[in-house]
Design a protein around this ligand. Structure first.
Ligand SMILES: [Zn+2]
Ligand SMILES: [Zn+2]
Length: 374
């Protein structure tokens, strides 16, 4: 049994997290069993869930924390209001924590440091205060935004009114005008679009700090714990391509490949076509490929180092072959590195060819290594 450090418990946050989870787990099934759910309640839940999650991913994260694009006031206002409904604190606090997470990832100053354990990164960092609260000296740019400061001041009131009171009123009104018990409707709005939606949105956000640093691949860098996973991208509105995101945090895309599931990226792009946001930041394809090639080389070198322990025989032959492949990869890497440094434009075809070659080489190396006797 772990000893719970009661003197360090953040009682308000802990009560909220546990209280809402208990209501969602116990109160909601009882309500659904007694009264069921109609399409209006379901529609309200869906709208609130998407609005809340998108406000966190588009607004709190990619806009305010990373400045990956510029937004006009309607987008800032919407994401600040519905971001408050996630009950994940004010945008200013969130962005400050998040910028420290990127700067000190996997180290002690990282607020949701995964090296302190899965549960710590998921929820423990909110429930306990291990270290004194660091100064919020990394969000001075955001302090100049009047809307951000307005939300900072009234965040809990905005969350309470828009996130809980309004769905209750809408549920009341819907049932009233449709000849049903209005109080049943109000309770439904409170429980389903209110509490249950908060719990789902919160844990989907927390997954970015826990699971996205635990499961998935590391195609761009193994220098930090962040990982790319399509499953996580689905659960987090596109934030699951977290390895890419930690490598290139100012890119407005997390799922950088056209086929990757990133509704947040699609929303930002659509808003730009509507003239509501602008200045979308993208990392050039050549730089992205350079990171992929660097990481592939590192992995190949790791395989080679492991083979050295095997001694002569098939392992020796494999290591000679892998050594040659690494030399070719290194030559390609330096050629691309020079092209990037000289800002030479490389066609899509050239980049694709290098990418295909890198991936084929890596597949070949994996095949050779796994074919060796243990
Ligand atoms: Zn992260
Ligand atoms: Zn981030």
């Amino acid at each position: 049994m772990y000893r719970i450090p009661f003197d360090r418990v953040n009682w308000i946050t802990s009560s909220f997290l546990i209280g809402t989870a208990l209501i969602a787990l116990i109160g909601l099934p009882i309500y659904l069993f007694k009264f069921g759910i109609d399409w209006f309640q379901f529609g309200m839940f869906s709208f609130y869930l998407v609005a809340t999650m998108m406000s966190i991913t588009v607004g709190y994260h990619r806009l305010f924390s990373h400045l990956s694009f510029k937004a006009k006031w309607p987008v800032r206002l919407f994401t600040l209001v519905f971001g408050a409904c996630a009950f994940e604190n004010a945008c200013l606090d969130w962005a400050s924590d998040h910028r420290r997470h990127h700067k000190h990832v996997d180290h002690d100053e990282d607020p949701y440091d995964i090296s302190k354990g899965f549960m710590w990164a998921h929820i423990g960092w909110l429930m306990f205060k291990l270290n004194p609260e660091p100064p919020m000296d990394n969000v001075n740019d955001l302090r100049k935004d009047k809307l951000v400061m307005w939300q900072y001041k009234y965040v809990h009131w905005i969350g309470l009114v828009v996130g809980l009171v309004i769905p209750s009123i809408l549920g009341f009104a819907w049932n009233h005008f449709n000849g049903m018990n209005p109080w049943t409707g109000a309770l439904g709005g409170f429980l389903i679009a209110g509490i249950a939606r908060i719990v789902v949105a919160q844990h989907c956000t927390f997954f970015i700090n826990s699971l996205c640093h635990t499961i998935g691949r590391q195609p761009y860098s193994s220098g930090h714990s962040a990982r790319d996973s399509a499953v996580m991208a689905f659960l987090t509105f596109g934030e699951g391509y977290h390895n890419y995101h930690h490598e290139f945090q100012h890119d407005y895309r997390n799922g950088v490949k056209p086929w990757q599931w990133d509704p947040t990226k699609w929303t930002i792009w659509t808003l730009s076509k509507l003239g509501l946001v602008e200045g979308l930041r993208r990392v050039p394809d050549s730089k992205i490929l350079l990171a992929e090639m660097r990481e592939a080389r590192l992995k190949a070198e790791k395989h080679l180092a492991e083979l050295r322990d095997h001694g002569p025989g098939p392992a020796e032959r494999a290591s000679i072959a892998i050594h040659e492949m690494i030399e070719r990869m290194t030559a390609n890497y330096h050629e691309l590195e020079k092209a990037v440094a000289d800002r030479v434009h490389l066609s899509r075809e050239v980049l694709n060819r290098w990418q295909d070659e890198t991936r084929a080489t890596m597949r070949e190396i994996t095949r050779m290594v796994s074919a060796l006797p243990a």
